[in-house]
Design a protein around this ligand. Structure first.
Ligand SMILES: [Zn+2]
Length: 233
């Protein structure tokens, strides 16, 4: 890929300068520098705008192919290659997705720690998420107990740290975010003392930023699988 991924280094960045490298009429446009999270690991892509010479191009999605392509809104003017643009990510959506993604990891950490069961899947959208666990049956008071433990971990304000380690040193327990083939360096997201995963997403800086977290219900997803749904306030 030719795009420098700014959001992987600084999840708080919302505006930046960039140059258009390439425009593909089918796939979208490629910037030299971008903070648009393109989606992955369960986290949906960012939305936002490119501003150039008094013109606005709305960005309605992104896709990863041989490059990181930003998808302009249909009918919006597209800046040609070489154009200097100002990029901006929709802050409300991104912050909601960061809080939700971090809540997913927190929930994973709590259930793994307290019930010693693996996570088998999950997905999220703005302020809602669901996570599946390999649980044969639910212990009495399961949802209330997990809810209380989540509140404790949010209030504990644990740091959420991002680092990169060589693949050979990446000892992770995750079943959520599978490591792509051929990846030499693995990005680790660590809720210090609770949960450590290989992950390419964007996260808040500490668990208190997740804010109000309500577990809504459990669902039986067939033999040996249980799902928890949650929402953030
Ligand atoms: Zn994740």
């Amino acid at each position: 890929m030719h795009t420098h991924r700014l959001e992987l280094e600084d999840a708080t960045l919302r505006e930046w300068d960039a140059t258009v490298l390439h425009v593909d009429p089918e796939q979208g446009l490629v910037l030299d520098r971008s903070a648009f999270y393109p989606g992955g690991g369960g986290q949906p892509p960012d939305l936002g705008v490119l501003l150039w010479g008094g013109v606005q191009t709305r960005i309605e999605g992104a896709r990863k192919g041989d490059d990181l392509y930003l998808v302009p809104a249909e009918g919006d003017p597209v800046p040609p290659p070489g154009t200097a643009v100002r990029g901006a990510v929709d802050d409300a959506r991104r912050f909601a997705l960061m809080r939700t993604h971090s809540a997913m990891h927190l929930l994973c950490g709590v259930v793994s720690r307290d019930y010693a069961v693996p996570v088998t899947g999950g997905s999220m959208d703005e302020l809602t998420g669901r996570m599946d666990f390999a649980l044969e049956s639910l212990p009495d008071g399961f949802l209330d107990t997990v809810q209380q433990a989540c509140l404790v971990e949010v209030a504990a304000d644990r740091a959420i740290e991002v680092s990169e380690v060589p693949r050979s040193e990446a000892v992770v327990k995750t079943a959520i975010d599978l490591l792509p083939e051929g990846l030499e360096v693995v990005r680790i997201v660590d809720i210090v003392g609770l949960d450590r995963q290989a992950d390419g997403g964007t996260h808040v800086a500490s668990t208190s930023q997740i804010g109000e977290m309500r577990l809504l219900k459990t669902e039986n997803k067939g033999k040996g699988f249980r799902r928890i749904r949650f929402a953030l306030g």
